[in-house]
Design a binder for this molecule. Structure first.
Ligand code: DDH
Length: 286
């Protein structure tokens, strides 16, 4: 039995469950990264609401947000880990799973601190609509990410997570993967944004995405309108070019911005203890 607060065996068990031969590209990794991001990306700096603390996605108000469609797969993958280590909170488990998955898929080692609680303060529940809409453009990206406290460089670095995973027609309505090897973390997404010809395609459901018909690529790859928007704005494009040519800088910047993402709304003391959660108030308890 592991001691409460000993995250090393939890990390190992998360790493072991990533291999899922029956699921997607054989890996639970990408959807776990998306779970971590969506758990945190509801944060609003101005009202100090949302964020990973509280694991609000367990409840219909947040979990049932169409933006979170498909993330139940990620939560189900993690249930055996939660059962084995009942002391870990969902809020910690989901964010930790994201960083473990990124590392296991060849990405950087992202600093992670525990201590989040599963207490949901009703007055701080994020309204739906705080996560980005892939059908939009650059103004929308700034509107969404500035609200969380991210600048242009951080928006582009974060978008590099689309090196991983794929779009599902029964979840977001978009279809396909961004890169040929969607379970390997790299800067390939940025390189393909620049090197391939992207053509608009209207899907049967009416959504528009961009696809590449390059004969050299093994499969049809895709980009969301929000991905293409990064190449249509000078300020974003500067960082797309930087990350396409310099993988080390992308990894370093991604490390910083992903750890900032999963700390949004969390205030810690010098020892890393979270100061701004109050388990004594009413509300949901796990
Ligand atoms: Fe994303 N993302 N994302 N994304 N995302 C989708 C999948 C994945 C947007 C839309 C979509 C980030 C930013 C944005 C991952 C990580 C991150 C899908 C497809 C859509 C749509 C969902 C589905 O059909 O299953 C938009 C728009 C933005 C934006 O505006 C910038 C960020 C910041 C991250 C991050 O992790 C830091 C990952 C991983 C996936 C693949 C999931 C999977 O199941 O595979």
């Amino acid at each position: 039995m592991s001691k409460a607060g000993d995250f090393a065996p939890v990390r190992q068990d998360i790493a072991k469950l990533l291999h899922q031969p029956e699921y997607d590209d054989g890996s639970a990794g990408p959807v776990l990264v998306r779970l971590a991001w969506h758990s945190a990306g509801t944060y609003d700096a101005e009202t100090d609401t949302g964020g990973s603390n509280g694991a609000g996605m367990r409840y219909e108000a947040e979990g049932g947000d169409p933006a979170n469609a498909g993330l139940q797969h990620a939560r189900v993958f993690l249930e055996p880990v939660k059962a084995k280590y009942p002391w870990i909170t969902y809020a910690d488990l989901w964010t930790l799973a994201g960083v473990v998955a990124i590392k296991e898929m060849g990405g950087p080692d992202i600093p992670w601190l525990g201590g989040r609680t599963d207490y949901v303060d009703d007055s701080k529940l994020p309204p739906r609509g705080r996560l980005p809409d892939a059908a939009q453009g650059g103004d929308h990206l700034r509107w969404i990410f500035n609200r969380m406290g991210f600048n242009d460089q951080e928006i582009v670095a974060l978008s590099g997570a689309h090196n991983l995973g794929r779009c599902h027609s029964d979840r977001s309505g978009f279809e396909g993967a961004w890169v040929n090897n969607p379970t390997r973390f790299s800067n390939q997404y940025f390189r393909l944004l620049l090197s391939l010809q992207w053509k608009k395609k209207t899907l049967a459901n009416g959504l528009e995405q961009f696809v590449n018909y390059d004969e050299d690529s093994e499969t049809e790859l895709m980009m969301l309108p929000t991905d293409i928007a990064l190449t249509q704005d000078k300020a974003f494009m500067k960082y797309v070019e930087l990350y396409a040519r310099d993988k080390e800088t992308f990894f370093a910047d991604f490390t910083k911005v992903f750890s900032k993402l999963i700390e949004l709304g969390i205030v810690r003391d010098g020892e890393g203890k979270i100061l701004n959660t109050d388990n004594q108030k009413g509300g949901y308890h796990s």
